[in-house]
Design a protein around this ligand. Structure first.
Ligand code: CMP
Length: 141
C-alpha cells in the first residue's frame, strides 16, 4: 500500500520575476499534488546559506545564495503518494539543457542557477526543508 509523502518546493526568484507562479502551481495541481500550505516571502543571504548548508563547500554556493536572496520566492508544502520522486520528475533536470519536454525547468529555467524551481531530493532533506519554511501547526492536517 502506498502512503502519502510530503515535500518542499520553492518557486525561485527568476520564475517569480517571469510571472510563472500561476503556471507552476497549476502544474502541481494537474499532477495530483495537494497544496498543504504556501507562502510568498524573501529570504536573506544568511537564511539562504542555512537552507542550502549542504552545498556550503561547492564553488557555486555564494552565487546560489545571492540568487536565492535576490527577490521574492514562493515556498509550498506539497503532499501526494511518492511526492518527492514525482515532483523531481515534474521539475526536470537541474540543468535545463538536460530537462525533458513537458517539465517545469524545460519551460521556465534558463541556466543551472536560474532554474525556476527547487524540490527536496530525499526524505530527510524534505523533513528539514519543510520545517525550515513551515511551523508544525501550519502543516497539521
Ligand atoms: P536546487 O534544486 O535548488 O538545489 C541546489 C541548487 O544549486 C540547484 O538547484 C542549482 O540551482 C544550483 N546548482 C547546482 N549545480 C550548480 C552549478 N554547477 N552551478 C551553479 N548552480 C548550481
Amino acid at each position: 500500500m502506498k502512503t502519502l509523502q510530503r515535500t518542499l518546493t520553492i518557486v525561485k526568484p527568476d520564475a517569480v520575476r517571469k510571472h510563472a507562479i500561476g503556471d507552476i502551481i497549476e502544474q502541481f495541481e494537474k499532477n495530483g499534488f495537494q497544496i498543504l500550505c504556501m507562502k510568498m516571502l524573501e529570504i536573506s543571504k544568511h537564511q539562504a546559506e542555512q537552507f542550502y548548508a549542504v552545498h556550503a563547500s561547492k564553488p557555486f554556493f555564494s552565487s546560489l545564495t545571492d540568487f536565492m536572496s535576490s527577490g521574492p520566492i514562493v515556498a509550498l508544502a506539497l503532499e501526494k503518494e511518492d511526492a518527492i520522486a514525482d515532483l523531481r520528475k515534474l521539475m526536470g533536470a537541474t540543468n535545463p539543457a538536460n530537462a525533458e519536454e513537458g517539465t517545469i525547468r524545460k519551460k521556465w529555467a534558463t541556466s543551472i542557477e536560474n532554474n525556476a524551481i527547487h524540490g527536496s531530493d530525499a526524505d530527510d532533506t524534505a523533513r528539514f526543508e519543510l520545517s525550515f519554511f513551515f511551523a508544525g501547526y501550519e502543516l497539521a492536517q
